[in-house]
Write a protein that binds this ligand. Structure first.
Ligand SMILES: Nc1ncnc2c1ncn2[C@@H]1O[C@H](COP(=O)(O)OP(=O)(O)OP(=O)(O)O)[C@@H](O)[C@H]1O
Length: 586
């Protein structure tokens, strides 16, 4: 909860206390409880945080890392001001571990690890996650032991850094009355002093090492970037090849790799990120005492880059198709999936999202089928129940997951998915999304995030060239001694003229129906097709202008990963107009 939407300016503490008790008892919540707070409690439940977690033992020895070194003198200077017997101050690092404390010790509420996975909802975890100041008061906390605590947390940053170094938290007994947390100004001042202390330290060994690696690559004439999770370096050549958005995306991936790597120093190969098949960046680890402490990204233009369509053939089971739109979409999906991050496949119903997702997750060896959760058929909580998250067959990493119909995900599972993505950013995950269902704000935000790595599969009516191959593939196996099902050119032409709102699913049903009702031998004739198909095949095609307009709208949607608001903005039309046009296309 931010300063402005904490319960002190929102719901009454009594209401929140009642809501929390009901939440813990699994009973329906009263009206008026902010949704982000309920989601935070759900995340805590998903992580398996016990609400009656005991206070920690005596405070750990202060940390000896750079943040503790910068914070310690500040807290020492502050000792006198915190002598009022009421307030305590905590400095936590970028993993939410407390590295330094000051003020009145409060043994009944002590915890050394403030991460949501361990203690649930709290202001320090929020300030770190969103990079801004947050407050939490009494019943907003998930833990019983913080029901009488009000806290305000401020992120500690290095100038220009993308991520916070840690947080400063001021905590005291539950505050009464209106206004923000009374220690907000003090928390801001302490954070500023710690930042100044950090800046005065000068570069340390891991930073020197990363800087040296960056300088070496740049001197060799390569386009290079360096990331350590707090700041970035970009050579002029790299800035010339990558847009600012691409640099942001690359940094996010490098930081996720750094975060997932941990002290064990595991870094699989040299993950490669590609943009449109023309530019690629290899991510290389930079190590200090065996642990990965930074990442270099070496950017290159690919020799056969421009316009290249990456091959889909490397992955068996990927649905074939000869049309350019299909090959481009599948090639892009294969390319994106080669980098270990979740992939969103979007497209009308029946376009083959599940089939493609399953093939990608099974990989080149055709490994076991992935775990599959279908939000359209499963009760809310199916995803949340995957806790602890299962390992893959053979125990190598987490099990691949196919999540179908994300647009139908219930609130509990939206929270579970957010938590899962946070916890396992490199999970082999394919999510399918069939646009057209209204989604709530939490799911919309999640779709926006996933949309950064998404591919839209084209509808069948946009790839009539693929019909003959699909007809062969969808035909039932012939009975012994009979030839396989074939189609006359006339019949194929009639099928090509259909709008196929149900796409391949609809085509498969038609093939089954025709095959079942056949009395004669030889290729299927136009007259054997259902009457509705024959009637539609003779209707006049849409006019040239309408067709061009439709193509433009569908292309914009593909460019923006199915996001209608962005597509409408890029075309300069109202979102309502775009919705109306799309409805008209069936
Ligand atoms: N290229 C293909 N070749 C053969 N069959 C296909 C192909 N693509 C899809 N299918 C078949 O079409 C049907 C729909 O495919 P799939 O379930 O993958 O689509 P989807 O986009 O996930 O659908 P929905 O949005 O309804 O969940 C399935 O029966 C699948 O086996």
């Amino acid at each position: 909860m931010s300063c402005t939407d904490s319960f002190r300016s929102g719901p009454e503490p009594a209401l929140l206390r009642e809501a929390r008790a009901r939440f813990l008892a699994g009973r329906p919540l009263p009206d008026g409880v902010p949704e982000p707070l309920v989601s935070a409690w759900r995340r805590a439940a998903f992580f398996g945080v016990p609400h009656d977690l005991a206070a920690g033992a005596a405070p750990r020895a202060p940390g000896d890392g750079p943040l503790a070194a910068a914070a310690r003198p500040v807290l020492e200077r502050l000792a006198g001001a915190l002598d009022d017997g009421e307030r305590r101050v905590l400095v936590a690092d970028a993993r939410c571990r407390v590295v330094c404390r000051g003020g009145v010790p409060s043994p009944g509420t002590l915890r050394d690890d403030l991460s949501e996975e361990v203690v649930g909802h709290n202001s320090a975890a929020l300030a770190l996650r969103y990079g801004q100041r947050f407050e939490t008061h009494g019943p907003e906390h998930f833990l019983d032991l913080w029901q009488g605590v009000s806290a305000v947390s401020v992120p500690v940053r290095r100038p220009g850094a993308a991520r916070a170094l840690g947080t400063v938290t001021l905590a005291r007994g539950l505050c009464a009355g209106g206004g923000g947390h009374p220690d907000t100004a003090l928390a801001e001042a302490v954070a500023a002093a710690v930042e100044a202390g950090w800046a005065a330290r000068g570069p340390r060994e891991p930073e020197r090492r990363l800087l040296a690696a960056f300088a070496r690559e740049r001197a060799a004439g390569r386009a290079v970037l360096a990331f350590d999770g707090h700041s970035r370096l970009v050579s002029e050549a790299a800035a010339g090849l990558l847009s600012p958005e691409a640099v942001d995306g690359l940094e996010r991936q490098a930081v996720a790799l750094l975060a997932a790597d941990g002290p064990a120093g595991r870094w699989d190969g040299e993950p490669t990120v590609r943009w449109g098949g023309a530019v690629a960046a290899r991510l290389l680890p930079v190590r200090e005492s065996g642990a990965v402490t930074g990442a270099l990204a070496v950017v290159e233009e690919e020799a056969d880059g421009a316009g290249r369509e990456p091959g889909a053939g490397a992955v068996p089971g990927v649905p074939p198709g000869s049309s350019a739109v299909w090959r481009r979409a599948v090639g892009r999906a294969v390319e994106l999936f080669s980098c270990p991050r979740p992939l969103l496949l979007t497209g009308e119903r029946g376009t083959g999202k599940t089939t493609l997702g399953r093939a990608l997750l099974r990989g080149p060896d055709g490994a076991a089928w992935p775990l599959t959760v279908d939000a359209a058929g499963a009760p809310d909580g199916e995803l949340a129940a995957l806790r602890p998250y299962p390992v893959a067959d053979g125990g190598a990493g987490p099990a691949p997951l196919l999540l179908r119909h994300v647009e139908r995900l219930g609130q509990r599972d939206v929270a579970a998915l957010v938590a899962l993505l946070d916890e396992r950013p490199r999970l082999p995950l394919v999510v399918t999304h069939t646009p057209g269902t209204e989604v709530g704000p939490c799911l919309a935000r999640l779709l926006d995030t996933l949309g950064a790595r998404s591919v839209t599969l084209p509808p069948l009516r946009e790839r009539p060239e693929d019909l003959p191959a699909l007809l062969t593939r969808l035909a039932p196996p012939p009975s012994p001694g009979h030839p396989p099902l074939t189609w006359t050119l006339e019949a194929v032409r009639a099928l090509e003229a259909q709008p196929w709102p149900g796409n391949v699913t609809e085509l498969a049903a038609l093939v089954r129906e025709v095959a079942r009702g056949r009395r004669s031998a030889g290729p299927v004739r136009r007259e054997e097709l259902p009457r509705s198909v024959r009637r539609r095949a003779t209707a006049p095609p849409p006019g040239t202008i309408e067709r061009a307009e439709r193509e433009t709208i569908l292309a914009a949607l593909r460019t923006h990963g199915g996001n209608k608001a962005r597509a409408a903005a890029s075309l300069g039309i109202a979102r309502a107009t775009l919705y109306r046009k799309l409805r008209g296309y069936g």
